[in-house]
Design a protein around this ligand. Structure first.
Ligand code: ADP
Ligand code: MG
Length: 248
C-alpha cells in the first residue's frame, strides 16, 4: 500500500463563542494543486487557513497532510508541531520579526522548528534570498524594506520550510498597489514548482491565471468550486454570481 499523499480536510468546525464560523468544511487538495479561496469578508476564509495550521484551534474535524492525520478535537502538542512542520503560512501583514534581519527572519523557524544548525539554516536562507531577489537585503531589518520586499521575505520564510502545503492569507491586500506585482510574480514562481498552495486572494486575474481550482466560500460553507473557467464564467449558485458581480 502506498502512503496517502496530498491534503484531506474532513468536517472541520470552528466557533468563536456563539459565532459558528466554519461549518463542516471538507476539502481535498492533490499534491501540486493550486487552490484559490474567494468569498465575502467575514465568511471564514482566514479562519479556515488558520485552523489548518492551528493558529486558530479547530473544534472538530480531521486534517490529514500526507501520512499525518490529526483529529482536531484531540490534537496533542506533538500533533500540532508535526502539522506546523508540514504547512507554512504567509500573512497579510507579513508578520516579520521587527528586531531580526531578513536572513534571521528566514532562519528562525529553520533552527527552532526544524532543528537545523545555524550554518545550514544560513545557507538555506541565502539560497532563498537569492531566489526571491533579496540577496542584497540579507542584513536589512524589516523597517528598512518596502512593503513588497517585506512580503517577499514573508514568502521566502514560508518557502524555506519546504512545506507540503503553503497557506497564503490575502498576501497582497496590505500592500500599496506599486508592490503588488512583484509579490504576485514571486507567487507565480512558487506555483511553477508545483508547490501545493491554498491561497485566499481578491486578485481575480491572478486567481484565474494560477488556480487549478477556485473555491467560493460564504457563511462558513464551501458553496461552490471548480476550475477558474467554470467558477468565474459559469457560476451556478446565486451567491457566487452576486459575489462575482461585485468583484470582477
Ligand atoms: P474572512 O477571512 O473570510 O474575512 P474570518 O475568518 O477572518 O473571515 O472571520 C470569520 C468570522 O469569525 C467573522 O465573524 C469574525 O469576526 C470571526 N472571528 C475571526 N477571528 C476571531 C477571533 N479571534 N475571535 C472572535 N471572532 C473571530
Ligand atoms: Mg480574512
Amino acid at each position: 500500500m502506498t502512503s496517502p499523499s496530498g491534503i484531506a480536510i474532513s468536517d472541520l468546525n470552528k466557533a468563536f463563542g456563539d459565532t459558528h464560523v466554519l461549518k463542516d468544511i471538507s476539502l481535498e487538495i492533490a499534491p501540486g494543486e493550486r487552490v484559490v479561496v474567494i468569498g465575502p469578508s467575514g465568511t471564514g476564509k482566514s479562519t479556515l487557513l488558520r485552523s489548518l495550521n492551528f493558529l486558530d484551534r479547530p473544534d472538530s474535524g480531521t486534517i490529514r497532510v500526507g501520512d499525518l492525520s490529526v483529529d482536531a478535537a484531540k490534537a496533542s502538542r506533538g500533533d500540532i508541531l508535526a502539522l506546523r512542520r508540514r504547512t507554512s503560512f504567509v500573512f497579510q501583514n507579513y508578520a516579520l520579526f521587527a528586531n531580526k534581519t531578513a536572513r534571521e527572519n528566514i532562519t528562525q523557524a529553520l533552527i527552532t522548528v526544524q532543528g537545523k544548525s545555524t550554518a545550514d539554516a544560513n545557507a538555506r536562507a541565502d539560497a532563498i534570498l537569492r531566489e526571491t531577489g533579496l540577496a542584497d537585503k540579507a542584513n536589512s531589518y524589516p523597517a528598512a524594506l518596502s512593503g513588497g520586499q517585506q512580503q517577499r521575505v514573508g514568502i521566502g520564510r514560508a518557502m524555506a520550510l519546504d512545506a507540503d502545503l503553503m497557506l497564503f492569507d490575502e498576501p497582497t491586500s496590505a500592500l500599496d498597489p506599486e508592490w503588488v506585482g512583484e509579490v504576485l510574480d514571486l507567487m507565480r514562481r512558487v506555483a511553477e514548482k508545483r508547490q501545493t498552495m491554498l491561497i485566499v486572494t481578491h486578485e481575480m486575474q491572478f486567481a484565474r491565471e494560477i488556480a487549478d481550482r477556485i473555491i467560493f466560500m460564504d457563511g462558513g460553507h464551501i458553496v461552490e468550486q471548480g476550475p477558474p473557467s467554470q467558477l468565474l464564467e459559469a457560476p451556478q449558485d446565486p451567491r457566487t454570481k452576486a459575489f462575482l458581480r461585485r468583484v470582477v
